[in-house]
Design a protein around this ligand. Sequence first.
Ligand SMILES: *[C@@H]1O[C@H](CO)[C@@H](O)[C@H](O)[C@H]1NC(C)=O
Ligand SMILES: *[C@@H]1O[C@H](CO)[C@@H](O)[C@H](O)[C@H]1NC(C)=O
Ligand SMILES: *[C@@H]1O[C@H](CO)[C@@H](O)[C@H](O)[C@H]1NC(C)=O
Ligand SMILES: *[C@@H]1O[C@H](CO)[C@@H](O)[C@H](O)[C@H]1NC(C)=O
Length: 696
Amino acid sequence: MKISSLTRIAIYFSVVGCSLGSGRRLGSAEKLIEPTCNTATKTLAEIVAVTDDGKTAVFTDSAMFALGFVNITNPSAPVGLKKTPAGYLSVVNMEDPANPFEILAARKDLGGQPDSIFVSPDKKYAAVVIENRREEDGQLPLSPPGFILIYDISADDPSTWTLKWNVPLTGLPGLRFDTDPEPEYASFNANNILVVSLQENNAIVLINATDGKVIQSYHAGAVNLKNAWIGTTHFATANEGDYDGGSRGFTIFNTDGNVVYESNMSAEHLVTKFGHYDDARSTKKGAEFESVVYASDIQMLFVLSERSSVIMVYDVAVPSAPKFHQVLPTCVAPEGGAYNKITQTLVVACEVDDRSKKIRSSIAIYKYGSKSPLYPSIQSALQPSGLPIPWSALSGLSAKKSVKNTLYSIEDSAYKSSRIFTIDVSSTPAIITNALVIKDTNDVFKQFPPTSDFIATELANMINADKTVNLDSEGISAHEGGFWIVSEGGGDAGASLTSLNLLFKVNLMGVIEEVVSLPSAVNAMQKSFGFEGVTQEGDFLIVAFQRAWGSEDNPRLGLYNVVTKIWKFVYYPLDAPETQNVGSGSWVGLSDIVSVGGGKVLVVERDNQGGPDAAIKRIYLVSLGKLNAVVDLSTVTKQLVRDVLPNVSTAIAGLALEKIEGIAYLDGNIWINNDNDGLKDNSGESRLINLGKIPN
Ligand SMILES: *[C@@H]1O[C@H](CO)[C@@H](O)[C@H](O)[C@H]1NC(C)=O
Ligand SMILES: *[C@@H]1O[C@H](CO)[C@@H](O)[C@H](O)[C@H]1NC(C)=O
Ligand SMILES: *[C@@H]1O[C@H](CO)[C@@H](O)[C@H](O)[C@H]1NC(C)=O
Ligand SMILES: *[C@@H]1O[C@H](CO)[C@@H](O)[C@H](O)[C@H]1NC(C)=O
C-alpha cells in the first residue's frame, strides 16, 4: 500500500574547513567530498530557516559564529553557497543578485542578551527574545529580568525599521519567579499573536504584537518548551522532560491555555519500539524532545528528539487527537528544523560534530510524497504489558533452514542481561517478536574456567544474581536445538584482560549448555578485538576474529569441531585502510560470518569509519573446501561479493553507517544489519537490509 510519507533525500555535511562554494557533500559513497574539505574542524549547524522562495536554507553555526547558506533549489542535491560571520542583530539581504548575502544593518543595541528572533508570517513584525540569563547555573531568580522587543519591519529599507514595543514580562500570573521571566523561544501565528516560552518558569505567555499587550500567561507544566503554532487556535510545545520523570514528549494547547493533547510517555515508547531509546539516559531526560515544526499544508507536526536522533511525525489535522504518522532518522542531535512549503521538504540541522567519534554536524532534507516510508526497516512488537520490546545495539545475525522468514540477532555489551532476538522478516518493517534472556540456570558458566586465563572475579562480573549473564555477544548461529553465540573478550592478554573470547551453546529456552574457550596458547595472544561472528557447517563452528592478535599480521578464522572439541585456525588477509581519520587510528577488521554451504563462508569486512570517512564496507566469500581437510595456520584467499557502502550511505541518503555487524543467509538471500551502539556517540539509525542473492 502506498501512503504519503516523508523520505530523507539528502544529507548536507556542513563542513567549514573550506569554502562552502564547492559542491554537494554526501555520505561517502559518491566520493564528492574534496579531501581538503573533510577536516576535523568543528562546525555546528544548530538553527535552520528556509527563505520564502524555498531556494535557500540558512543555518547558524555557533562554533564559527557564522551563518551558512545552502542552495536547496533542488532539495535532493543541496549545494553550499557561502558562510558569513554573524553577530548582534543583523539583516541579510538575500535578493541583491550582485552580492546576495550582504549584511546591511550590522548592529543595534538591544539592552540585553538576545536569545532568539522570530518574524511574523506577514513580515510586519520581528520579535527579539532577550533572555538575560547572566549565569547558566545560577539559582533563580536572577536580575535583570528578560523581555521581548517587537520591531516594526514593514518598510523595505531596514535602516528605517523601528522598535514598536518593549514588552516586560515581570509580575505575570503563572510564573514560578515572576521577577525573572527568562523568555527563551517564541512563534507568531497568522494573527500576529506571539507565543513565548519561559523555559525556567515552565510558563507560556501570549503577546499581541499589534498593541504590544500580554493576552495570557499560564503555567505549562514542563521544562524547556520550544513551540510552534498549529493554525491560529492551537500551538504545540516539545517537552524535554524534567528530572522527576515528568512529561517527555509534546503538548498541544489552545489559546485559552488549556491542554487539548498531552503525549505523556507515548512518544518515548515509540522511540523504544524503533530502537532509538538511549537506555543510559532513562533516569534523566530520556529522548529529550527538543523542538517542534509544523507544516500547515500537510497538517503534520514534526517533533525532534535531540538525544534519540529521530523525528516523530504526527498528523495533527485534529489538534486534540494527533495521529502518529512515521519516524524519520536524522544526524546526531537534531536541534532545529524548518519546513519548506514550496518543495514540501523538511530541513533539519544537527549540531554535534566530532570527526574522531565519526559524528558530523549536518543538514538533513526530507521530501513529502506518495511513497511508503523507508524507515524503519526494523521495529519491535509490543509485550503483554503493552510496552514495546526494548532493543538497540543489534550485533550478529543468523537464520536457520527450518524456519522461514525468521532471523535471529543479539545485543552487544551496551546492555546487561544479554538477550537473543527473534525477527519476523515476512513484512516490512521487520518485527522483533521475541527477546529471549540468556541464563546460566545450571551453573555451566559459573563452573568455568578450567584454566587460569580468566580469574574468578572477572567471571563473576559476567553472571548476575538472577543467573542472567552479561555477554559481549557479537555473533550468533541458530540451529535446530538452539544457538551458538560468541562473546567478545575484553582487554589484551595479561594485566588488562577483563574477559576471554568465549563460545556459548544455548538451548531454545536461553539456558547455557556449554562454554568453549580458545586454546591457552591462543588466549595468551589476546587483543581487545576478538570474536565478532560465528557460523556452523556440519560439525564445525567457524568463528571470525576482528583483528590480528599478538604479533600476527592478519586475523584468524577459528574452526572448532564440536565433536572432537579440537580447534584449527586459518589466517584471513584483510584489506588495508583507505582513509585516515584524524584522532582515531583507522583500521579494518572482520565482523560477522555466515556459512553458505560446501565449505564456503561470507564475511563482513569493514573499516572503523562512518560518514564521509567510511570507505570499506564489503562482503567477501572465502572457500575453505572440505572443513576437516583445512590446513592449520594456512592463509585463505577471498573474493569480493558485494561492496555494500552504497547500500548504507547514498541509498539511504544518510551519512555512511559505520558498524555493519551482522550477516545472515536466509532462503538464498543475504541479509545485513548495523549496530547503532545503543545511541552512544551514534545517531541510533538501525538498518536491516535484504541484499538479495549472491551474484554468480
Ligand atoms: C541553485 O541551484 C539551482 C539548480 O538547482 C541553480 O539553477 C541556481 O543557479 C543555484 N543558485 C545559486 C545562487 O547558486
Ligand atoms: C490585538 O490588538 C489589536 C489592536 O488593539 C486588536 O484589534 C486585536 O483584537 C487584538 N487581538 C487579540 C487576539 O487580542
Ligand atoms: C496522558 O495522560 C492523561 C492523564 O492521565 C490522559 O488523560 C491522556 O489521555 C493521556 N494522553 C495520551 C495520549 O494517552
Ligand atoms: C545495494 O547497492 C547496490 C549498488 O548501488 C544496488 O545495485 C542494490 O540494488 C542495493 N541493494 C539494496 C537492497 O538496496
